[in-house]
Ligand binder design. Structure first.
Ligand SMILES: *Cc1c(COP(=O)(O)O)cnc(C)c1O
Length: 483
C-alpha cells in the first residue's frame, strides 16, 4: 500500500486550517473513502491541559494522601522505578523483535530482566521456578489452579474440589471455580484460624488443592500452617499459596519451605509498582520442582553461551495464558525495586509494615473492637460493632475519613467480621501520618457517641454528597460536570 500526501485540510465548520501534510491511502477502493472529512473536535492545547489536569486532581492517590486500604497494599512507589521503566532500551523494545539473530540482541536485556526476576522471586519464596506472565493476582490464581489441574491429570487423576477458608479473598473461589473445581468452604474458628475439625473432614482423595493466604486477610499468621500442609499432602492434594500478603514475611519465612507447591505474588502489592483503578499489575506464579514442566509458555531460558532465549517447546505446558511476556513494565519496576532494596531492605520493609499495622491496632483497640487476636501482621481488622449500637456503621466512619483527607480502610471485608474495617498502613508511611489518621479514627469513635448525625452526613467536603451506591453501580453516570 502506498501513502501519498494531501496538501490542505478544510477545518470543522468551514474554518480554514493551516496547510499540513495528511497521509491518505491511494489505493483504497473509492467506496470506502469519506466524501467529507470527519468532523473531529478541535480543542486548544490549553483546554486539553486543563481538562486532564483537573481530572487528575479529582483522583485520590498514594501520591496525594494516606491510603490504608486493607489487603490492597497501597504503598508508595518510589519514582526511580518509573525512570528505569522509561529507559529507551526497555520502553522501545518491540515484542516481536527476533530473539537472537540480527537486531535480536536488542531484546537480550529485557529477556535477562525476566530471567533474573524469576530467579529472584524463586529465591525469595523458596520455589523452584517462576513464570512472570500472569497479568494480575487473580490471573496468577487461575494459572496456578490450572497448573494443579494439569499435574493431577498427568498423574491420571481427576480430583474434584478445592478447599478454601471463608476468610479468603473472593478471587480464590472464583479462580478455582473457573478452572473447573467445586469449592469447599471451611469456616474460621474462634481464634481467627482455619477450623481444623472441618478441614480434616473436608480433606480426601478428591481434594485437588488447599488454597490458603498466610498471613490471611484477618492479618493473622496461622501457626498450624505446616500441619495443614502435611495433612493435604497426605491425601495427595497440593498446597496453593495466595501471596498477596507476602509483604508481611519477606525474608522471614518462605512459602516453599513450609510446603506450598504453587504460589502467586502480586508485584503491584509487595514489590511496589503502582496499581488501583484496574491495573496494570503482575501476578507471577511460582511452583515446586514437580510442577515446573506444566508452566505456561514461553519460558525464558539461559543458554550455555550466556545468551537468553524464549523456549516454546514444552509439551506438558498448560500453554499460553497471556499474549507475549506479561506486563513487562510492571515486572521491570519490581525488579528495580528488589535490586535497590536488597536482602536487608526487603526484610526491613516487611518489619516496618508489621510494625505500622500493630501501632494502629495498639492505639485503636480501646475505641474499636479488634476482630481477632492481640497483635497482627501487616494489617489489622477492627470492627465498628460498638459504634453500631449508636446507629453508626463502618460506612459512616469511612465517609468521615474522606472529609478528613484519608482514603478509608477496606470495609465489610473480610465478610466474616461484622462491620469490618481492615487497615493496612504499609511500611512507607511516617509515624506522623499514622498518628494523624489514628486521631481522626478516634474522633469518629467519639462522635459516634456524642453526635452520630455528623457521621451520617459525611462526606461534606466532596462535590457530590453521599452516593446512592446501588444506583451508581447500576446506572453509572461517568460524565464529569465541572462546577
Ligand atoms: C489483591 C488480592 C488478590 C487479587 O489480586 P489482583 O491483583 O487484585 O487480581 C488475591 N488475594 C488477596 C489476598 C488479595 O489481597
Amino acid at each position: 500500500m502506498q501513502l501519498i500526501f494531501e496538501k490542505s485540510r478544510p477545518g470543522r465548520n468551514g474554518i480554514k486550517l493551516p496547510e499540513i501534510d495528511v497521509p491518505i491511502v491511494s489505493d483504497m477502493p473509492a467506496k470506502y473513502c469519506r466524501k467529507h472529512p470527519a468532523s473531529l473536535p478541535e480543542v486548544s492545547e490549553l483546554d486539553v491541559v486543563r481538562h486532564f489536569t483537573n481530572l487528575s486532581r479529582l483522583n485520590f492517590s498514594v501520591d496525594t494522601n494516606f491510603y490504608p486500604l486493607g489487603s490492597c497494599t497501597m504503598k508508595y512507589n518510589p519514582k526511580f522505578t518509573e525512570k528505569v521503566a522509561a529507559m529507551e532500551g526497555f520502553s522501545d523494545v518491540h515484542p516481536l523483535l527476533p530473539q537472537l539473530s540480527g537486531g535480536g540482541m536488542l531484546a537480550q536485556g529485557s529477556l535477562e530482566v525476566l530471567y533474573n526476576t524469576e530467579r529472584l522471586l524463586s529465591e525469595i519464596t523458596g520455589m523452584s521456578a517462576f513464570t512472570t506472565q500472569p497479568l494480575a493476582g487473580a490471573h496468577g490464581e487461575l494459572t496456578g489452579v490450572m497448573l494443579i489441574s494439569a499435574y493431577h491429570k498427568n498423574n491420571g487423576e481427576c480430583r474434584k474440589h478445592v478447599i478454601i477458608p471463608d476468610s479468603a479473598h473472593g478471587t480464590n473461589p472464583a479462580s478455582a471455580a473457573i478452572a473447573g473445581y467445586k469449592v469447599v468452604v471451611i469456616p474460621t474458628d474462634k481464634d481467627g484460624f482455619l477450623d481444623m475439625q472441618a478441614y480434616k473432614k473436608a480433606l480426601n482423595q478428591e481434594t485437588a488443592a488447599v488454597m490458603l493466604t498466610c498471613p490471611d486477610t484477618l492479618g493473622l499468621f496461622n501457626p498450624k500452617i505446616k500441619e495443614i500442609a502435611d495433612l493435604a499432602h497426605g491425601v495427595g492434594a497440593l498446597m496453593y499459596y495466595d501471596g498477596a500478603n507476602l509483604n508481611a514475611i519477606l525474608g522471614k519465612c518462605r512459602p516453599g519451605d513450609i510446603g506450598f507447591d504453587v504460589i502467586h505474588l502480586n508485584l503491584h502489592k509487595t514489590f511496589a509498582t503502582p496499581h488501583g483503578g484496574g491495573g496494570p499489575g503482575a501476578g507471577p506464579v511460582g511452583v515446586c520442582e514437580k510442577l515446573v514442566d506444566f508452566l505456561p509458555i514461553s519460558r525464558v531460558i539461559r543458554r550455555a553461551d550466556g545468551t537468553f532465549a524464549l523456549d516454546y517447546h514444552k509439551h506438558k505446558s498448560i500453554g499460553y495464558i497471556a499474549s507475549f511476556y506479561g506486563n513487562f513494565g510492571v515486572i521491570l519496576k519490581a525488579y528495580a525495586y528488589i535490586l535497590s532494596l536488597g536482602r536487608s531492605g526487603l526484610i526491613e520493609a516487611s518489619e516496618n509494615a508489621v510494625l505500622s499495622a500493630n501501632y494502629c491496632l495498639g492505639r485503636l483497640k480501646d475505641y474499636y473492637v479488634p476482630a481477632y487476636g492481640k497483635s497482627c501482621m501487616h494489617e489489622c481488622v477492627l470492627s465498628a460493632e460498638k459504634q453500631l449500637e449508636q446507629g453508626v456503621h463502618a460506612l459512616d466512619i469511612a465517609k468521615y475519613l474522606i472529609d478528613k483527607g484519608f482514603h478509608p480502610p477496606t470495609i465489610y471485608f473480610p465478610m466474616i467480621v461484622k462491620e469490618a474495617m481492615m487497615i493496612e498502613p504499609t511500611e512507607t508511611e511516617s509515624k506522623e501520618t499514622l498518628d494523624a489518621f489514628i486521631e481522626v479514627m478516634i474522633e469518629a469513635a467519639v462522635l459516634a457517641k456524642a453526635n452520630p448525625e455528623v457521621l451520617h452526613q459525611a462526606p461534606l467536603s466532596m462535590p457530590i454528597k453521599r452516593l446512592d451506591e446501588t444506583k451508581a453501580a447500576r446506572e453509572p453516570n461517568l460524565r464529569w460536570q465541572p462546577k
